[in-house]
Design a protein around this ligand. Structure first.
Ligand code: KOT
Length: 829
């Protein structure tokens, strides 16, 4: 950390860093300076992209001073930090949030207008950094927003993927993936720090040696290495002058790596080696909840946590006293993706810092806590010992020792219970020898938490049952939350303004204050204002979809929205069966078009590129949309729209416009859901199963304002045990049969019965997620939705109550719970 080499004398060099003046003039001056000196153009010759980049850098200037000050304070006060380790941070666009955080929205508007620029055009120019798949990555982004807003010192550590989540396009109704080139037009929000690059080793072997103190030790002799280049991003708190850091790592070839090859004269080979190293952070793996076990993925995981641990020690443990680590940091493991950090910290403490194993283990256990985000067995990461040992031989040794000592403890506590020891082993023996990362995280973590009450209960009862019996106090729940800054204030300015007019300011950082809106649910004038805002949000959505996707959304429809990753357990297929069934009943005359509430169904969903059934479901949604939307018999009553490339940016326009939120996963499968919270907070009513955080939403908003349907988790388990045969539901429900038969007949595939045969067969003969079992309850409940929507006043009242009763789902509350139950950190004074 080299500063100036002698004492500065200029008064400016001695003064604290200052921000530009908080005024239109100050802003204009800064903006033009950016245009002229950074972009190197005059205003009259500048492009929209020049202007966007300069605007972003201008806003950045207002944040830098606070950021530098904040970082200094954390170092000086040695405050305990949260190190949020996550392979994904799905941030969404930065500009709007930065303007809000700095209270510059109005100033920037006026400043740009005075330069002849409409700021909306520049906002639209920003490409969102899609460095995540869905819920897990978005949650990380909400959490760091809340920590900054609460003034809690946090550093987020992750991966700067050169290509984020793929851009989804549709060709003949089928998903085609395009690379996400988010960096090509410039990335004004990042600060590269090549001087803080860290070396990361891979491969090779371990060997025993006798240390200078006569102790027999193991050491790692790696075969190759890469450099981790950090890029910093500011994480501004909401109008509180706090700015935390997100540090994302990018892989580069090391000098040593290519020099030897250069020296051998093989230039092409040297360049190939460079490419090889840089592949590590090239692309985000697009699987959500179904990890693929690829070698490059393990390289990504180790790469970013090795960089992060080294970085933390170098930057925050300045006196080199690694024993103080637990007082300085708690590393939160966002699912198992960063769990290789556990043996990495052990390696650093034992092999490099030369601590005794026992002491190192005591420190390590205090430094980690683990959040589990799933219940699906196929989502639980395991790495074969063959692969792990080849890539990280020393880490595998360390994992074996952790496991040996842990199992010795278990055997001592439960003598003559070898079954239990085998079940709890971090090392699985079948179908191949592999490391169970969730078990490693549970053994090492000081706490283990699920992400909603039901999920945490099921973790304790099922997935990690033996562990919760052994360490009951280790297990806790923290229900997820979402940041109200992005998902209410930025996404829904109309509603935010109404809330501020009604309650005054302050609610945005104290969201439980929304409860004060309760009495206004009975106030006709307030309800009317609410309804006007909802209508305006629909208009805004209609305009966007027209421009973005060339689709027309009809006016006056109930807007029924299902947006989330495409996954069988989430049951987009059940939503489809409902639509097809309505359509089938109308065209066959069983139902008259004027009996049904006019609805527009909106889908948004990406499928993992290798997930066959998910991709076929996307094809079916588009095919149903094509047929339904052009059939005159259902014109004016049914419309299906499926804008491609659902992302955070689209969510921000879609969610505030929705009337009905579809949260229809099979009970016991969705860990929490966070989209469900965003909808409720924006006044959509939910139709949902008793799953994940739906349970808590329903409890809070009340049964009268939530449409519950479907099997409960215990009923699912019972049905599974009794033997579920979906075909029986098909046979016994004519309405269901008619809908499935219509799909099977080729009606949506130009008469070709083969196209959707795999999907239909899957539902008829397997249906792992019991869509057919829940069909009857679902369509009956949808009929109740129709009836309720007919009473617009009652609906509006329920919608307002959804807003008023959703304050609990602020991620600020989640952060308080993490602090109280897991981290025990304090805000900076
Ligand atoms: C991905 C890979 C392995 C294990 C779990 C995942 C995962 C889980 N990815 N996203 N999730 C979701 O996380 C959200 C935030 O906690 C939850 O709301 C949601 O239910 C999970 O599916």
């Amino acid at each position: 950390h080299v500063g100036p080499s002698f004492q500065p004398t200029h008064p400016l060099a001695l003064a604290p860093v200052t921000a530009p003046p908080h005024s239109v003039d100050g802003f204009v001056r800064e903006f033009l300076r950016e245009l002229n000196t950074s972009a190197g153009v005059t205003l009259s010759r500048s492009t929209v992209n020049d202007q966007y980049l300069s605007l972003a850098r201008t806003v950045r200037h207002y944040l830098s001073a606070r950021w530098l000050e904040n970082t200094r304070k954390i170092r000086d006060t040695k405050a305990k930090m949260v190190g949020y380790l996550s392979a994904e941070f799905l941030l969404g666009r930065q500009l709007g949030n930065a303007l809000l955080a700095t209270d510059l929205e109005e100033i920037a508007d006026k400043a740009l207008a005075s330069c002849g620029i409409d700021i909306a055009t520049l906002r639209a120019q920003e490409v969102e950094p899609g460095l995540g798949n869905g819920g897990l990555g978005r949650l990380a982004a909400c959490f760091i927003d809340s920590l900054a807003t609460m003034g809690v010192p946090c550093i987020g550590y992750g991966i700067r993927y050169e290509y984020g989540i793929f851009r989804q396009t549709f060709v003949d109704g089928q998903q085609v993936e395009q690379p996400d080139t988010w960096l090509t037009l410039g990335s004004p929000w990042e600060f590269p720090h090549p001087e803080h690059a860290v070396q990361v080793d891979f491969g090779g072997h371990t060997e025993k040696y006798t240390d200078t103190d006569g102790v027999e030790r193991s050491r790692w002799v790696p075969a190759w290495n890469v450099l981790g280049m950090p890029f910093n991003y500011m994480v501004p708190g909401y109008q509180n002058g706090q700015v935390n850091t997100l540090r994302l790592w990018s892989a580069q070839a090391t000098k040593a790596f290519d020099l030897s090859i250069f020296n051998s004269g093989d230039y092409a080979e040297a360049v190939r080696a460079q490419t090889f190293a840089e592949n590590i952070t090239k692309v985000l793996y697009p699987e959500d909840s179904t990890p693929q076990g690829k070698e490059l993925r393990l390289q990504q995981q180790y790469f970013f946590v090795a960089c992060s641990i080294r970085d933390f020690l170098d930057r925050f443990i300045l006196d080199g006293d690694v024993r103080s680590l637990p007082d300085r940091v708690i590393f939160q493991l966002n699912d198992t993706h960063p769990v290789i950090a556990v043996p990495e910290l052990m390696r650093v403490l034992v092999d490099i810092e030369k601590l005794e194993w026992e002491e190192a283990w005591e420190i390590t256990k205090k430094c980690f806590a683990y959040t589990c985000h799933t219940l699906l067995p196929e989502a639980l990461e395991v790495w074969s010992t063959e692969l792990l040992g080849r890539l990280l031989p020393r880490h595998l040794e360390i994992i074996y020792r952790i496991n040996d000592e842990f199992l010795a403890e278990v055997r001592a506590a439960f003598p003559n219970d070898e079954m239990r020891a085998r079940q709890m082993s971090i090392i699985a023996e079948y179908p191949e020898r592999a490391v169970r990362m969730a078990y490693l995280a549970t053994v090492a973590g000081s706490k283990v938490n699920g992400v909603a009450e039901l999920h945490s209960q099921l973790l304790r009862d099922k997935v990690l049952h033996d562990f919760s019996e052994y360490w009951p106090e280790k297990f806790t729940n923290v229900t997820n939350g979402v940041t109200p800054r992005r998902f209410l204030r930025l996404a829904n300015p109309g509603l935010s303004e109404l809330i501020t007019e009604t309650l005054g300011t302050g609610w945005l950082t104290d969201l439980e204050r929304l409860a004060e809106l309760e009495p206004y649910a009975e106030d006709a004038e307030f309800r009317a204002a609410f309804v006007r805002i909802k209508a305006a949000n629909k208009t805004r959505l209609r305009r966007l979809l027209e421009a973005r996707d060339e689709v027309a959304v009809p006016d006056g429809h109930l807007l029924d929205v299902m947006v989330k990753r495409l996954h069988e357990y989430k049951r987009q297929s059940l939503k489809l069966l409902h639509i097809v069934s309505l359509y089938e009943q109308i065209v066959t005359g069983k139902l008259s078009a004027d009996e049904v509430t006019p609805r527009t169904f909106v889908f948004g969903a990406k499928a993992a590129p290798g997930y066959r059934i998910a991709k076929e479901t996307i094809h079916l949604i588009n095919s149903v949309a094509a047929v339904v939307n052009r059939d005159p018999l259902v014109k004016d009553v049914l419309k299906v729209v499926f804008p491609s490339n659902y992302n955070v940016t689209l969510a921000e326009t879609l969610i505030p416009a929705a009337d009905l939120s579809e949260q229809i996963s099979l009970a016991g499968k969705e860990a929490s859901g966070t989209g469900n919270m965003k909808f409720a907070l924006n006044g959509a009513l939910t139709i949902g199963t008793d799953d994940g955080a739906n349970v808590e939403i329903r409890k809070l908003v009340g049964d009268d304002h939530f449409f519950l349907f479907g099997l409960s988790e215990p009923e699912v388990t019972d049905l599974q045990t009794a033997g579920y045969r979906s075909h029986e539901f098909y046979e016994s429900d004519p309405q269901l049969k008619a809908a499935l038969d219509l799909i099977a007949s080729g009606h949506f595939s130009g008469g070709d019965r083969g196209v959707f045969e795999p999907l239909v067969s899957n539902l008829l003969y397997d249906d792992r997620f019991m869509a057919l079992a829940d069909f009857r309850s679902y369509v009956d409940t949808q009929a109740k939705v129709d009836a309720y929507y007919a009473d617009q006043d009652a609906w509006a009242r329920s919608a307002v109550l959804n807003v008023a009763r959703s304050g609990y789902f602020s991620s600020d509350r989640s952060m308080r719970d993490y602090i109280d139950r897991i981290w025990h950190t304090r805000p900076l004074r």
